[in-house]
Unconditional design. Sequence first.
Length: 191
Amino acid sequence: MSCAIILHGPIGCGKTMTCHGLMEKARNENIPLGGVISQRYFVDGLLKGYDCMDIATGEAFPLARLVEDVEGDDWFQYSRLKYAFSHSGFEQANSVLSSSAELLSQGGLVFVDEFGRLERKRQGLFPGIFSVVEALKDGGIAVFACRSNFVESVTQLLKGRARRVYRREPGNLESLWTVVSKRLLAPGAPE
């Protein structure tokens, strides 16, 4: 049975750390894993942007950098955000998400970190996210990280696709793992 977990909260509240914790627990149980995690990118201790990590391979690639630090055709700005975004980074991330969506039918766990302003406008990671959401009809669990003001947008996207949607704030890893393990390791167990 498919489900989605919407992990939400403000910047720096531990969404990505909680995703990492779930990934480690799932790896220990040999649950198929896929998706992307956003990681902070630092230079000399200063936050300069975000990289995207392919969970299956561990490969990281640039996704966002401070506007003043980039130049060239690969980078674009959105609204007045302080970050510029990489066309090739989004292309690679969407490819990872689309191929990871296939894991859901195998009882897999797929991470999408994160759904934001661009995705609400059907840009950025949206094509890959849509592949994951559509694949939820076949089973598995998808974890969507977002700020709290995007919870309703993610919920609307999941309607009619995920049988169950959990909305959680990060931090209680054991509670989240209970949801995952009951659904993927002991399907049909009471909740």
